[in-house]
Design a protein around this ligand. Structure first.
Ligand SMILES: Cc1ncc(COP(=O)(O)O)c(C=O)c1O
Length: 343
């Protein structure tokens, strides 16, 4: 293991021994031809877990969403999203370049949109000049603080979409984290939306890969777009083998990441009172507002790095994510480092 505590993201986990063995032993074919048996098993399993008709295995969550946008929204048309969502922050340029899409961002409460907000955003333009083709939501909402949304909240948005006749897409990069808090199943959420994606390579701990799911016709078109966008990987079963383990085993332990995040957040709130809204730390993501400490986020990040703690800076705050490779002992080490950095 590296000589640092890596809290930059939940994507940094190393494959487990079981994953490495499964990858070495994976039965493979050529996924361009659709005959990689391990990829096909993973896709069948993702369809089963979501209750959607079909699923497609792709290298990244970004590619899942970009393919969905391309399939569901026309160039020059509008996608409604939450204002700090990944889709209109990190993926803004991708959507512009690949699909010619503009966004109508709506600021939600900690990243959560209400049905009323979405209904207002879907009011038809009086002269039919701008047309909304799609609504997207993100659950959990990353920049919102890892905010989980209940099925009722998603259903509220889904109703507004259905009334306007507009499809709803779920960026469920961390949907299993939401399920660990709300007790709902992924299928409960998937049943509310037209299509969704979830990541195997975040909290679930796979080295690579995300799943795009929806009805059979949508996935047929998504498969075509996968080739168009240059992602027709071949013996991808080597990765899918680890993905299958992540999908079965990963969800079972997410509550540990949430508990670790809660302990870390409480400890930092003691070191820097007022820097964290503890009620907002419900999953594995912590934002620390270091404004008013006399140091910039970059200075804090540098001090922590000198102590062997890796963090990121997002939205003017320090961001940390707990994950499978972060133990209770790492949380204590991290808290000690915060105390020294604050001294
Ligand atoms: C909420 C959310 N959606 C989508 C993505 C994109 O996933 P990927 O890094 O696999 O492209 C991320 C990545 O961090 C994310 O946090």
């Amino acid at each position: 293991m590296p000589p640092f505590t890596d809290l930059r993201s939940d994507t940094v986990t190393r494959p487990t021994e079981a994953m490495r063995r499964a990858m070495a032993d994976a039965e493979v074919g050529d996924d361009w031809f659709g005959d990689d048996p391990t990829v096909n098993r993973l896709q069948d399993r993702a369809a089963e877990v979501t209750g959607h008709e079909a699923a497609l295995y792709l290298p990244t969550g970004t590619l899942c969403t970009q393919i969905a946008l391309h399939a569901m929204a026309r160039s020059g048309h509008v996608v409604v999203c939450e204002a700090s969502a990944h889709v209109c922050g990190m993926e803004l340029s991708a959507a512009a370049v690949l699909s010619g899409i503009t966004f109508r961002p709506v600021a939600g409460r900690s990243g959560v949109l209400s049905g009323a907000q979405v209904a207002a955003a879907l009011e038809p333009h009086p002269y039919d000049v701008t047309v909304v083709d799609l609504v997207t939501i993100e659950n959990t909402h990353q920049v919102g603080g890892g905010t989980p949304q209940s099925v009722a909240e998603v259903a509220d948005v889904a109703r507004a979409c259905a009334e306007a006749g507009v499809p709803l897409y779920l960026d469920g990069a961390r949907i299993f984290n939401a399920c660990a808090v709300t007790g709902a199943t992924v299928a409960d959420y998937a049943g509310q939306v037209t299509a969704m994606m979830f990541c195997l390579s975040k909290g679930l701990g796979a080295p690579i890969g995300s799943m795009l799911t929806g009805d059979a016709e949508f996935i047929r078109e998504a498969r075509r777009l996968k080739v168009v966008f240059g992602a027709a990987w071949r013996q991808a079963g080597i990765m899918a083998a680890a993905g299958l383990i992540a999908l079965e085993e990963g969800p079972k332990r997410l509550h540990e990441d949430h508990e670790n995040a809660s302990v870390l957040a409480s400890g930092i709130a003691e070191v820097l009172p007022g820097s964290i809204d503890l009620d907002s730390v419900a999953t594995n993501i912590i934002f620390v507002n270091v404004g008013g400490t006399g140091r910039t986020p970059a200075e804090w990040a540098a001090r922590l790095a000198a102590e062997g703690i890796l963090v990121t800076m997002v939205a003017g705050k320090i961001r940390m994510l707990t994950h499978r490779d972060i133990s209770k002992a790492d949380i204590e080490t991290t808290l000690a480092a915060w105390r020294r950095a604050a001294a």
